[in-house]
Design a binder for this molecule. Structure first.
Ligand code: UD1
Ligand code: UDP
Length: 369
């Protein structure tokens, strides 16, 4: 099977990293990078650190309005597909690169396989929700990470080609955690102590593009009572600076506002943090698997399986609610009997998603021949 993997943004490189290795054992795979993310810290660092095969094509699309960005990707990907004639297009997650890859392939009658199919926030104003729904509806193979994602597809009438395979990000994490423990120097470099710092990430459009929400995030950062590590997405830095909030944030004591970190560094930060605060999908899951409490700075999550006291809690953007939630961490962890340590980190996922996906693709090929 000749497979094209279309990627373009940070979490997609991480999803691709372990899956690509598995695919290449049985298939011919090549990578198209749309260029949606282009800064070293958001793109190249992952390819070198995780030994991801160099993209055969980098379309260099860069940042733009959603329609123009997606449209230019569509055109670039179509050209590659016409030339390479792959048997299957693999797309990942829910970014504009995902949708462009799926549409370009579907229009050329090339079967589409969607990794992380069926996730829903049920919030249509989220660009990611549009990307997910449309991608799922043109996909022939739908690789679901969670039981909920299978149910979501069923409700939309999609049952054919649906496979509950587990989460490729879990495989990537498992593969890289021991390496991170060995190689990453981030904890020492930042002078951190285990369970004594908070880790925060923010990048969602609804949080960065809305002035009042960004102000609330500034208040949350100001309210945190311990050392806080904030590897800041360039989008968030830019908006904070434009709106004049960056200096407020920087005036806070014990804030380590740093550039986005590599995956190995991120895993160690997540593992050693007292608590993670985030609006990221991937970071919520990794915190859950690493048994670090997570406060999600949103009103809803696609990853409902992670929810529960001591695991992941939806706190929204009210600084008072965040303070209460942070204070209650003490109760949850009293006497060293950390609730989260008692529960099954694999309750919603199984290792081996990569191998299952590769196998299903092989079967798909046989059925078509
Ligand atoms: C994108 C995805 C989001 C995903 C996130 C992962 C869409 C609609 N959004 O959001 O689902 O969770 O990636 O991180 O696809 N920028 C840089 N350097 C870069 C890339 C971006 O400075 O290398 C800045 C630009 O100002 C750009 C802004 O970030 O306009 C937003 O970038 P974009 O790729 O549109 O969205 P993300 O917020 O990164
Ligand atoms: N990540 C990283 N460095 C950072 C922030 C995040 O390596 O500075 C990793 C994180 O460990 C996870 C993925 O990026 O694997 C999540 O991506 P992101 O938050 O950008 O997007 P989302 O998952 O919300 O789509």
């Amino acid at each position: 099977m000749k497979i094209v993997s279309v990627v373009g943004a940070r979490p997609q490189f991480i999803k691709l990293s372990s899956l690509s290795k598995e695919l290449r054992k049985k298939h011919r795979e090549f990578v198209v990078h749309t260029g949606q993310h282009y800064d070293y810290e958001l793109s190249r660092v992952f390819f070198s650190e995780l030994s991801i095969p160099k993209p055969a094509y980098n379309l260099g699309i860069g940042s733009d309005e959603h329609g123009s960005q997606t449209g230019r990707m569509l055109r670039g990907i179509e050209e590659v597909l016409l030339f390479e004639k792959p048997d299957l297009a693999l797309v990942y997650g829910d970014t504009n690169s995902t949708l462009a890859g799926a549409l370009a392939a579907a229009k050329l009658d090339i079967p589409v396989a969607h990794v992380e199919a069926g996730l829903r926030s049920f919030v249509k104003s989220m660009p990611e929700e549009i990307n997910r729904v449309l991608t799922d509806h043109v996909s022939s193979l739908l690789f679901c990470p969670t039981p909920t994602s299978v149910k979501n597809l069923k409700k939309e009438g999609i049952t054919r080609g649906v496979h509950l395979v587990g989460d490729v990000m879990y495989d990537s994490m498992k593969e890289n955690l021991a390496v991170a423990e060995k190689k990453s120097r981030i904890i020492k470099k930042l002078g951190l102590r285990k369970n004594e710092f908070y880790l925060i990430t923010v990048h969602r459009a609804e949080n960065t593009d809305d002035r009042s929400n960004l102000k609330k995030i500034t208040r949350i950062v100001a309210s945190l009572d311990r050392t806080t590590v904030f590897p800041i997405h360039p989008r968030t830095r830019k908006r904070l600076s434009e709106l004049g909030f960056l200096n407020q944030i920087l005036s806070r004591d014990n804030l380590l506002l740093i550039d986005p970190v590599s995956y190995l560094d991120m895993l160690l930060l997540e593992k050693n943090a007292r608590c993670v605060l985030t609006d990221s999908g991937g970071v919520q899951k990794e915190a859950f698997w690493l048994k670090t409490p997570c406060l999600t700075l949103r009103e809803e999550t696609e990853w409902v399986e992670t929810l529960g006291d001591g695991d992941n809690r939806l706190v929204g953007l009210d600084a008072g609610d965040v303070t209460k939630a942070v204070d209650s961490l003490d109760e949850l962890t009293l006497g060293g009997s950390i609730l989260r340590k008692g529960r099954d980190g694999e309750k919603f996922t199984r290792a081996g998603a990569d191998a299952r996906i590769s196998q299903i693709i092989l079967r798909f090929r046989k059925e078509r021949c």
